[in-house]
Design a protein around this ligand. Structure first.
Ligand code: S3P
Length: 434
């Protein structure tokens, strides 16, 4: 199903200014979930009021947590304790959010009740056996629809697990660590690549003893979480669009303040450097257990680059934007080792390849990546397939296009970056909604 929302993006490189982007999506989900499982009241400042996190918030309410979001600057979560959740009256609808569904699957695996997780059309086409299989080994009974949502979860007393994950996925790692809170003993997850470690850091902030290793994490249960205050940094994945606009601008600079720069998230900075951009990192500080900084970028002549596969998990959500920037760069950009992109909100390799070639760019689609030959985008219409990051990537790339680009099916931009259009307009991008 497509929606009627669209973004009309016209060329224009007079882009400069200073902005602050909304709160980090990954961290906002985790703050709600851990806050609900803690003892006492957790305060969350800088929370992302995007659709995805709201879905998690509503699901936690259905599970018995009291969450007061009347003051958007400070969300108050009354924790029910690790064993205080109650059976929901009906299915939990996680909307578009893979993070919400997979992390909650980990929590629900350890409950003494049954539950069902479902979502929108995109989420119902995303693979869930990656969490269902290891959670099953811990003792939960999870029935999916051929490996896809809805997930019917019959929780149980869990056994600890030692798991070598076949995919580099923070969602899988986090689901198992959350289930591990309920198991009697040590649960250890090893991964083929480094993935975001927000769950581990935040569990530590809630007083849980977590071991963070090299491509591994360990938690010992049963654990108790003590309520705390969480300051959510600006989302690096949202800041990436403003950074990209700064690179494509005629002048710059573009500055983004208060952005999370957790090193498990910032592979895009390395990629931009490989492509010839210069980024200044200043005002480095911390927001809770996460590093934050101001990022500043100037206009750059971008060049194609071979992207090292080890950067892929560190820039996993920025790869649609990398493809879009590659289309505006001189020479060829090659991304490999990224087959996970086929399992995101859309098949991001296929959707970006189709969109770019519709706009006159030569691409070579591979099973695990994309080769993009830089050139000049022409005007036209692209379908974002309801994928927020695809829609935003084309909105930025249009800065250097020959003519206006109309981007269809853009309602889901609000899942991660509410206010994307006005914020980018404030920097000078020629965007219109509707
Ligand atoms: C996320 C992990 C990543 C990322 C997603 C958010 C998280 O997914 O793509 O947008 O918050 O843990 P995978 O863990 O499946 O790679």
């Amino acid at each position: 199903m497509t929606d009627n929302a669209r973004i009309v993006a016209s060329p224009g490189r007079e882009v400069a200014g200073s902005v602050r982007v909304p709160g980090d999506k990954s961290i906002s989900h985790r703050a709600l979930i851990l806050g609900a499982l803690a003892e006492g009241e957790t305060l969350i400042r800088g929370f992302l009021s995007g659709e995805d996190c709201i879905s998690t918030l509503k699901a936690l309410r259905q599970l018995g947590a009291t969450i007061d979001d009347s003051d958007p600057d400070c969300i108050r979560v009354q924790g029910v304790g690790l064993n205080g959740l109650r059976a929901p009256a009906g299915p939990l609808d996680l909307g578009n959010s893979g993070t919400g569904m997979r992390l909650l699957a980990g929590v629900l695996a350890g409950q003494a009740f049954e539950s069902e997780l479902t979502g929108d059309e995109s989420l119902r086409s995303r693979p869930m056996e990656r969490v269902a299989t290891p959670l099953g080994r811990m003792g939960a009974r999870i029935i999916s629809s051929g490996g896809y949502p809805p997930l019917h979860i019959k929780g149980s007393a869990l056994k600890p697990l030692y798991y070598e994950s076949p995919v580099a996925s923070a969602q899988v790692k986090s689901a198992l660590l959350l289930a591990g809170l309920y198991a009697d003993g040590t649960t250890r997850v090893e991964e083929p690549g480094i993935t975001r470690d927000h769950t581990e850091r935040m569990l530590q902030a809630f007083g849980v003893n977590v071991m963070i290793g090299d491509k591994a994490a360990e938690v010992s249960g049963p654990a108790r979480l003590q309520a705390t205050e969480i300051a959510v940094p600006g989302d690096f994945s949202s800041a990436a669009f403003a950074l990209a606009a700064g690179c494509l601008s005629a002048t710059g600079p573009v500055e983004i303040t208060g952005v999370g720069i957790n090193p498990t998230r910032t592979g895009f900075l390395e990629i931009l450097k490989l492509m010839g951009a210069g980024i200044a990192i200043t005002d480095v500080g911390t927001a809770g257990s996460e590093p934050v900084a101001t990022l500043t970028v100037n206009s750059a002549v971008l060049k194609g680059a071979e992207i090292p596969p080890e950067l892929v998990p560190l820039a996993i959500d920025e790869l649609p934007l990398v493809f879009a920037l590659a289309a505006c760069a001189e020479g060829e950009t090659r991304v490999t080792g990224a087959k996970e992109l086929r399992h995101k909100e859309s098949d991001r390799i296929a959707i970006m390849a189709t969109g770019l070639s519709n706009l006159g760019i030569e691409v070579d689609e591979r099973s695990d990546g994309l080769v993009v030959k830089g050139g000049r985008l022409r005007g036209g219409t692209v379908n974002s397939a309801g994928d927020h990051r695809v829609a935003m990537a084309f909105s930025v790339a249009a800065m250097t296009a020959n003519d206006t680009i109309e981007i269809l099916d853009t309602i889901n931009v609000a899942t991660s970056f509410p206010g994307f259009v006005p914020l980018m307009q404030s920097l000078g991008l020629q965007l219109a909604e509707g």
